[in-house]
Design a protein. Structure first.
Lengths: 399, 434
């Protein structure tokens, strides 16, 4: 029993896993009998793994297929966005926020612009707000489409991914025509919008409104009633409303647990109070409910866009904002309902042209904390399902 | 001396005995070579068809660049895989790592020795054919388990564990479904059934019904059980837990690359064809054309013998349409010419098949007639298998993947009781009928 090959695996991975996680709540000690022990298996899922949505590393402690515990290791995509903010003027920092949650760049920009506006005591004109709402809701749909495609792919259904990407293209085309960029749009400026809507904007948006509902039905045909899909998602990754609130989880994950909390309704911003829409909530807080909540959210977003495009007011698109933005000393917290949850910006101004401190409250980062709670006692296959249903974007988690 | 040797040799070749009998070992060898080459070619074609069909399910085009409509893609892939560096991880158990893909491949190909493409178009007519098939095809999992173990890595190990558990739970239901089909073979005047694959098809011919429709819906249920179990047995979606791309990166073959990996692919596709062939043999009348009892006689025989030619004709027509529709830009000149040549080739095969069908339309002992008959058998058999292969692709495009415990639940709690019930009911009904 001198050269059992299994021993080498342990030697290679274990100290590595331990050394990079200084304060682990997992018991990552080498077992007493290093040879032929049949107790627990420690696996590194990621950072290079097809289902971790980027460079998330999850250390799994397994008993066979059963998950005994997880440990998320993040920071592989850390770019120091918050530190960068301290060395850029308010205007210069605006495009950086697009790089956090890059699938919902418009929402990020909206949150940042509104936070600075709040700091400056400026209100964007109604037309600008309506344009913002239309683009943000389109972006919410695009983000949910990407979530749906990758989530379904994680669970093993390949085809929805291509369907959602086909339809997401229509939204990206509108973005491209509006501001020239498809992904990191930088669509809004502090004080309003820089660009007036292009000729044919209304037509494009209305075409999309007619085009998209049958496509949602198409996704639902593939998944909603699918026996395997239901088995894979029902009672998987259940999280109670209390746990959600305790962990600070927001967005569709919170709503699927039965809490009717949507900042668009609770603390309306950007003229959201003008629009009539509903907040879908779930009952069980499982993966299936979160799926349904997001599907209904897409339909509700369409409703908002329809009202906004029909009631698009005339007028200026930019408020009176000084050329050099120099807010008075003070601090501000502003949060919006991003596709993934509450996206907040906490800005401290020292009266100079640069923020003294800028802190982002990213929904993905906070929601990711629920992972361990949700997958304990589940199987390996559920880990990827739960990572998918949390809808994290590592750019936002690591910043 | 020489003359007598040649005479002995020709009589040996022309022996009318069925395959598997001592007189035809040379033919058996030739069949083995044909099947080995044929399956390898079919796997290459399947590779292209799967990628194309899957792409069209998913509103993509699939391979388009290598050759017209990507027709040369499988060849390019095969070349690439052969030229890749042969990596064996340091920590792997080298011998087992080396042997594992071969086990799967050998198991998958050995099944073909009992698959009857026609009454005499088989390598052997083993009297325990179906048992042999069940035994050998479940050896395939050994390749997966050893591959997972020898890789000495975590993901392959989990993949191997899943695969072995999956195999155990589906083999049972599969076996019981097969037994209910075998029971049906004994429903003749003599009351003796058969385990021979050829005998099973002949029993369907004698009883004048495919076992799929026998004792409706008992035969159908047994068939459906088998059809589900065979997907699980070949580790295909939605039961592809052993590779589970999104969970275990690539499952049992995570550490494999290049030629060794391609051996796994070859084995997977060969096994898919093999289990489909078994389903066809047991329930869909094997080599028999549709309605063999209602639509027989020389006229119908002739009409059915035109189908192979028509199929290739249709393929040639598609190729011609593709050629015409290709953009007239000069970039596409070579591709266009290539597709035209391919269309011509298909048309030539179609023509050849038509000529054979017409020449051999009289059921006599002429070479053309025997040739025509052989082509008919193989054609109908392969057509039925092709439907299953298409279903495999369709499943993969449509369904999410089962979870490990759910798969076991379906295997033990749903399929096993149903197949057991079907077996008992088949026996009871069979006793009453005979």
């Amino acid at each position: 029993m001198t050269d059992v090959p299994m021993a080498n695996v342990k030697d290679n991975t274990l100290p590595n896993a331990v050394s990079q996680v200084p304060s682990s709540h997992l018991d990552l000690e080498t077992p007493e009998h290093p040879y032929l022990d049949s107790n627990e298996l420690i696996i590194n899922m990621g950072p290079q793994h097809p289902a971790t949505h980027g460079v998330l590393r999850v250390i799994l402690k397994l008993d066979g297929e059963k998950v005994l515990g997880t440990e998320c290791v993040i920071g592989y995509l850390h770019r120091g966005v918050e530190k960068i903010a301290e060395n850029r003027t308010y205007t210069m920092f605006n495009p950086y926020v697009d790089r956090m949650d890059y699938v919902a760049a418009v929402s990020n920009g909206l949150g940042y612009c509104q936070a600075v506006e709040k700091l400056l005591n400026v209100e964007a004109p109604p037309r600008a707000n309506y344009i913002r709402v239309i683009l943000t809701e389109l972006n919410r749909i695009a983000s949910h489409q990407l979530w749906l495609g990758t989530h379904a792919l994680d669970i093993g259904a390949m085809t929805p991914l291509f369907y959602t990407f086909r339809d997401r293209e229509e939204i990206l085309k509108i973005f491209e025509k509006y501001c020239g960029a498809r992904l990191t749009t930088h669509a809004f400026r502090i004080g309003g919008c820089q660009y007036e809507t292009y000729a044919g904007f209304e037509k494009d948006v209305k075409n999309f409104l007619a085009f998209f509902p049958p496509k949602i039905d198409e996704y639902e045909t593939l998944l909603t009633g699918n026996r395997i899909w239901i088995e894979r998602t029902k009672n998987v990754g259940v999280i109670s409303a209390e746990d959600c609130i305790a962990l600070g989880v927001t967005g569709p994950v919170l709503r699927a647990s039965g809490v009717k909390w949507d900042i668009r309704k609770a603390i309306p911003y950007a003229n959201y109070s003008d629009f009539d829409f509903e907040i879908p909530i779930g009952e069980n807080g499982d993966t299936y409910d979160r799926y349904l909540v997001r599907m209904i959210e897409m339909r509700q977003s369409l409703r908002i866009i329809e009202q906004a495009i029909n009631g698009l007011p005339e007028g200026p698109i930019m408020a009176k904002v000084p050329k050099v933005i120099k807010p008075a000393p003070g601090e501000i917290y502003h949060s919006i309902e991003a596709p993934k949850g509450e996206l907040g910006y906490f800005i401290v101004s020292d009266g100079s042209t640069q923020p003294y401190r800028l802190r982002v409250r990213p929904p993905s980062f906070v929601n990711l904390q629920a992972l361990d709670l949700m997958v304990r006692g589940m199987l390996v296959a559920d880990v990827v399902a739960v990572i998918g249903t949390l809808d994290i974007v590592l750019g936002e988690v690591d910043r | 001396m020489l003359t007598s040797t040649i005479n002995a040799f020709t009589s040996y070749l022309g022996s009318p005995l069925p395959p598997g009998n001592a007189g035809n070992q040379l033919w058996a060898l030739i069949y083995v070579l044909i099947i080995f080459a044929g399956v390898a070619v079919v796997v290459l074609c399947m590779n292209w068809i799967e990628r194309k069909a899957l792409a069209h399910f998913q509103i993509r085009l699939g391979p388009m660049r290598v050759g017209p409509h990507g027709l040369l893609q499988p060849i390019a892939d095969a070349l690439k895989l052969m030229l890749k560096e042969d990596i064996i991880p340091d920590e792997a158990d080298k011998l087992v790592f080396w042997v594992a893909p071969l086990i799967g491949l050998v198991a998958a190909f050995t099944v073909y020795t009992v698959i009857p493409f026609g009454p005499s178009q088989a390598v052997s007519d083993m009297n325990i054919g179906i048992l042999f098939m069940l035994g050998v095809s479940s050896l395939g999992v050994l390749g997966i388990v050893t591959a997972g173990w020898a890789s000495n890595s975590h993901y392959p190990l989990i993949g191997a564990l899943r695969s072995s558990a999956q195999m155990v739970s589906y083999e049972v239901a599969m076996g019981l479904a097969v037994v209910s089909a075998i029971l049906m073979t004994s429903l003749n005047r003599t009351g003796t059934g058969t385990l021979s694959m050829i005998g099973i098809v002949q029993a369907q011919q004698q009883q004048g019904i495919w076992f799929l429709f026998k004792f409706f819906p008992l035969g159908l249920i047994a068939f459906v059980i088998f059809a589900i179990a065979m997907v699980a047995e070949t580790n295909r979606s939605p039961f592809d837990l052993a590779e589970a791309e999104s969970e275990l990166t690539a499952g049992f073959h995570t550490e494999y690359s290049g030629l060794r990996w391609s051996l796994f692919m070859l084995a997977e596709y060969a096994a898919m064809i093999a289990v489909s062939a078994i389903a066809v043999t047991l329930w869909l009348g094997g080599w028999l054309h549709p309605f063999p009892n209602a639509l027989n006689g020389p006229a119908w025989e002739f009409i059915f013998s035109l189908f192979p030619g028509l199929t290739f004709g249709a393929l040639a027509l598609f190729a011609v349409i593709g050629t015409v529709r290709m953009p007239s830009h000069s970039f596409f000149r070579i591709q266009r010419a290539g597709l035209a040549v391919f269309a011509l080739l298909l048309a030539f095969i179609a023509l050849l098949l038509f000529v054979i069908a017409i020449l051999g339309r009289n059921p006599d002992a002429s070479i053309a007639a025997r040739f025509r008959e052989g082509i008919d058998y193989v054609y109908w058999f392969m057509l039925k298998v092709a439907i299953f292969m298409y279903l495999f692709i369709w499943y993969r495009a449509t369904w999410p993947r089962y979870r490990f415990d759910q798969l076991m639940k379906v295997g033990w709690k749903v399929m096993l009781p149903i197949s057991l019930g079907v077996l008992i009911l088949t026996a009871i009904v069979g006793v009453f009928v005979s």
